[in-house]
Design a protein around this ligand. Sequence first.
Ligand code: KIV
Ligand code: ZN
Length: 512
Amino acid sequence: MAEEKIIIFDTTLRDGEQSPGASMTVDEKLRVAKQLEKLRVDVIEAGFPVSSPGDFEAVQRIAALIKECSVAGLARAKVVDIDRAWEALSGAVHPRIHTFIATSPIHMRHKLDMQPDQVVEAAVAAVRHASKYTSNVEWSAEDAGRSDIDFLCRIVEAVIAAGATTVNIPDTVGYTLPHEFGERIRILTERVSNIHRATLSVHCHNDLGLAVANSLAAILQGARQVECTINGLGERAGNAALEEVVMAIRTRRDLLPFHVGVVTTEISRASKLVSVVTGFPVQPNKAIVGANAFAHEAGIHQDGVLKEATTYEIMTPDSVGLTANRMVLGKLSGRHAFRDRLEMLGYELSSEHLERAFRRFKEVADKKQELFDADIEALVDDEVIRETEHYRLVRLHVASGTQDTPVAAVELDVQGSQVRGASWGAGPVDAVFQAITQVVPELKGMALQLYQVHAITGGTDAQGEVTVRLAKGDQVAQGQGADSDVIVASAKALINALNKLAHKGGRARQGI
Ligand code: KIV
Ligand code: ZN
């Protein structure tokens, strides 16, 4: 019997981006969307168009760009949301309107202030309205994990009758256990008389670390779409991690007899890209995409893997697109070799970006003899990511030592004007941050919540990757910077976070 397909619905650009500090610019979202298309996810949820002009623009541009996947836009059960979603999506080859309303007693009473009958009426009206634009309509029962199961069956039947072609059951607060969540799905498949007319979907949050387990339990009971995000990004503890769901299905075909359309060799690239654009590093022991996911440190393990890889490896690093971190290029390598390597790593750069990245590569290669794949990826991401900046680092000079007070002088380009500042500090990084604060006075009102450095490769000449998290009121932004000088990387990371806050400040976001 042919294996049934599990539809992979990626919501990195919508639910993932709702994670505090993970905001992306429109250009960054376009880059992620392109990578998701290469990964061959089935649906890309590109944003929540009514929530801000920035979200609207992102959905509209992604809808125009993506040809192979469906592009979805989120909308509450309101005419204005649905109209705005369609306005953004209408240029897509395969548009999908995703409308939702909360169905749990807690949400209906405290958030919506609506009676259950009114919620059914609003859900049906929303689906009918969306169906006037497209037959590809998804409806979600927010907080379905804590909803009354009889009510859930009733509302699901009503929205399918109204035209919903996908019905999504979210565990919005990550509360359920796998057997319990699977049971909800089983009951829906048994009790909802028209369930065969829609695809049953799940959307699990990870508050108890069970998002992937719950999604798999749901598949076993009849769900055929899983909503997930790259690196498990998302509200609070995040969503089910796409890479974990997909690789579990691929690795355990014996117990999960399904197939997915995802090109798994694009997983590592997608993970790195999302990490770079959001500034959220991937924890080293993260399943599938963590730096240690395929590392064998203990001698007994190394010995076993050398004799026969399957002794300790249940998947190959190649299957998720991890190539050996070989020494690839040096300072004598030319433009051709550099371009070939970038192509192998999955980058498609315009000639202008390629030229900039190549210049940057030469600078790094002058300082560092051996460049590994990770170095190349870091420098390209670092260069390309900084193209539409409000603030740009032009020059930095730092002096420090055992007998001297650390001092820093900095020159920034602020939307075309050059500004300079200088300061001393407790250490060189502090001096740099103080000097930048002189030219960006808004920094004074911001809290530095995180400052973290990590070496991209081994050796004292390794490039350092710095992550900085800044908070201003209820807005949070993470920035990253990479350089073989960690002080320069620190300045870049701070400026990257400032740019993200500058971009966020320009969008009045409406919460869900
Ligand atoms: O978690 C949730 O319930 C959601 C819905 C809007 C699908 O993200
Ligand atoms: Zn969610």
